[in-house]
Design a protein around this ligand. Structure first.
Ligand code: HEM
Length: 142
């Protein structure tokens, strides 16, 4: 089992400083999200925003530092949300700004690569078809 805290970050830097940067990044990202006309309604659906923020901090701690605090499955909650193709571009823009502002450059690059790969996988899972207009679309209900 992997640890919930680690002694040495992957590059030898102080993991506590990276953990603090991850926490700042997540809060900055969600502050931008709350103010964004396109994405704010999706966030407003959450009953427990503080609990969600902690899950996202734990997720990035796992991805960037190798801790084991996140053990969930990220895709299923997204399938239940009214996410449209255009939401992804905005999500990535806000996330990239927060990651670059708060994380050391190499960690920001790693986070953006991970988020980009997951966005590609999520889009493929959410929108497996294309409509007659060429636009990605969900499977018809039922
Ligand atoms: C259009 C883009 C996206 C939107 C609008 C979105 C929105 C959300 C929302 C509202 C939740 C909470 C769901 C719930 O608890 O019911 C969530 C969970 C989550 N999202 Fe996203 N998301 C997007 C893309 C991504 C991407 C690209 C990643 C990759 C880093 C990601 C990672 C996660 C993770 C790890 C969770 C926590 C899942 C869990 O509870 O275990 N999301 N997302």
């Amino acid at each position: 089992m992997r640890p919930d805290q680690i002694d040495v970050a992957p590059d030898g830097r102080d993991p506590a400083a990276i953990e603090a940067a991850i926490e700042r990044m997540v809060h900055r990202f969600y502050d931008g999200w709350r103010d964004d006309d396109l994405l704010a309604p999706i966030l407003a659906r959450l009953d427990d925003l503080d609990g969600h923020l902690q899950i996202i901090v734990d997720f990035w701690s796992r991805q960037l530092l190798g801790t084991d605090r996140y053990a969930g499955r990220p895709f299923p909650p997204h399938a239940r949300l009214p996410i449209e193709p255009e939401h992804f571009e905005r999500w990535m823009t806000l996330f990239a700004a927060a990651a670059r502002a708060e994380l050391p450059a190499d960690f920001a690059t790693a986070a953006l690569t991970k988020a980009g790969n997951m966005a590609t996988a999520f889009r493929a899972g959410l929108f497996p078809l294309r409509g007659l207009d060429g636009r990605p679309m969900r499977l018809p209900p039922g």
